[in-house]
Design a protein around this ligand. Sequence first.
Ligand code: ZN
Length: 260
Amino acid sequence: MFIDTHTHLFAEKFDEDRIEMVERAIEAGVEKMFLPNVDVSTISKMNELEKTFPENCFSMIGLHPCHVFHDYKENLSIIQKELETRKYAGIGETGLDYYWDTTYKNEQQASLHQHAEWAKQYHLPIILHTRESFDDSYAIMKEHNNENLTGVFHCFSGSVEEMEKVAGLEGFYIGIGGVVTFKKSHLPDVIENTPLEMIVLETDSPYLAPSPNRGKRNESSYLPLVAQKIAEIKGISIDQVAEITTKNALNLYSSAFSEA
Ligand SMILES: [Zn+2]
């Protein structure tokens, strides 16, 4: 069994064939899929999908850094209400994105701090998007780090040194997806040096489809292509990659499967 730890299955790109697409993933052995929220407009669609597949799809709640604007506080208070109303599997996605736009850099950081507080308060993992912002994201996690804070640096694209910094944070993982299969990716080098115990698999659907589907719409049924590549890099079987990364994901998202 595989777990897709980061997949936006509620995205508009799946409006035509969402149910079939999720069924294809389950058939491919991707039995559990974790849905990172984007902004307040995506919450209901995400939760609807979770209702349709209660054994397979798990909603998470947060405000994506690319959707943090001047009005972010109002959006955070809507998310706060969601957290008070029902159980979610994780806090995210949040993080910092300095690649697209740095206009709201301070607001992004304030939002990330709030998400870290929630993660600790609700004992939920934090899902981090870090684009050209590793140092700041890492510093904020280090500041909040205690035994209640766990999480994942999703779509990890850092260096071996940065991976080692993440390894120093107790309870943190790196999320690896389609980028590792791209021809010029530096990630194979990083993965060679990363213990498999630190890696969770993700697609980040509908983006970043793994080779040979690069450029197409990504979907969770492509996850085994990522696992296959990691198996090649590590010189082990895909079954071993599935077993360890699934165990890691269950550990990361353990609160989703507990009764409380
Ligand atoms: Zn995402």
